[in-house]
Design a protein around this ligand. Structure first.
Ligand SMILES: [Mn+2]
Length: 335
């Protein structure tokens, strides 16, 4: 199949992800699109990211001097599931009035909130099943959101497959809120839920966090299985002349051998993600993030990843598609 494939040729409309000829059964990396953002509390549109990234991915240069040539091993995306789009629509319709009211203050809202939590549990089950299925086939799974809530089921499946697995979590927010706005499965609660509900996890390292609630700061302080490198601390060290690669080595050090990457694109400087759901000034540069991934690929084994919170914009999708290719390359190179 690859014999007559030219990686330098332009992609045609209707081609697969990155214009590659592989179907999911031939590809080493399988991307699971999850167009779901029911609990997104600020800017919406991340549910469009899988479609936008698929469109933008034809422009990505496949020749990659960072991570060898991921296209040879194959990166393919499953079809966008209409049932999940419908689930997102149903849950979003129920959630939006509650979000606008700043919480469930009436009987009717409390009933709707309960329903949203149930629909989010259905979503978690679906993501869990999809991820487990790909892991059983020997694939490297990559989850493409949607907002950050979609990562829970994937991390659960990967941690079952790889007990003791750690998480490299790149994000502007620690996502350690307990049931944000009453929503148990809020995008702002994903790492809280991961740590409270998944028992077979190793260490988590958070990078680039800079919008942190008091409760979040207390959890970072108290939870021994979690280390955070705040954006401010990283900026201070870089400004004081500490080489980034030395900082990156310190970030990787607490991680166990097997690592899941949970990449919320708002961990990057917002110039890379202007339409993300909750943009925050500051953040990692493109190169800082990529150098960190490059180091991770040589030091650890990446068993899967998620890319979430990519906004509905052409530039957002362009950066998102390139980051998705780099994440696939990082996971492939680390094997
Ligand atoms: Mn997040």
């Amino acid at each position: 199949m690859l014999n007559d494939f030219d990686p330098d040729a332009p992609a045609s409309p209707g081609d697969g992800l990155f214009g590659l000829p592989h179907g999911p059964s031939e590809a080493a990396v399988v991307i699971v699109p999850v167009p779901f953002e029911a609990t997104t509390s600020y800017g919406r549109g991340t549910a469009q990211a899988p479609r936008r990234i698929l469109e933008a991915s034809g422009q990505v240069e496949l020749n990659d001097d960072w991570f060898d040539e991921p296209w040879r091993a194959g990166v393919a995306m499953l079809p966008i599931d209409r049932g999940i789009e419908a689930l997102d629509q149903r849950a979003s319709e129920l959630a939006l009035p509650i979000i606008e009211a700043g919480g469930a203050h009436t009987e009717a809202h409390r009933a709707d909130l309960q329903r949203v939590n149930e629909l989010c549990e259905q979503l978690n089950q679906w993501v869990y099943g999809q991820t487990r299925d790909q892991l059983e086939r020997g694939k490297l799974p990559g989850i493409l959101g949607g907002d950050h809530a979609v990562s829970f089921g994937a991390i659960q499946a990967a941690a079952e497959r790889h007990p003791g697995m750690g998480i490299l979590h790149i994000d502007a927010h620690p996502d350690l809120r307990e049931a944000y706005g009453g929503f148990t499965w809020s995008h702002a609660s994903v790492m809280y839920n991961v740590h409270e509900r998944i028992s077979s996890l190793g260490h988590t390292v958070q990078v680039g966090v800079r919008d942190i609630s008091r409760a979040g700061a207390a959890r970072i302080e108290d939870w021994g299985e979690l280390t955070a490198f705040s954006d401010h601390e990283l900026a201070w060290e870089v400004a004081s002349g500490e080489p980034w690669m030395r900082i990156a080595a310190r970030i990787v050090r607490p991680l166990p051998e097997r690592v899941w990457i949970s990449f919320d694109i708002d961990g990057l400087d917002p110039s890379n993600c202007p339409h993300t759901g909750t943009p925050v000034p500051g953040g990692l540069s493109w190169h800082q993030a990529l150098l960190l991934l490059q180091l991770l690929a040589t030091e650890r084994r990446v068993v899967g990843f998620d890319l979430v919170e990519v906004g509905d914009g052409e530039w957002d999708a362009n950066v998102g598609a390139r980051l998705l290719y780099k994440l696939a390359g990082c996971a492939l190179k680390s094997r």
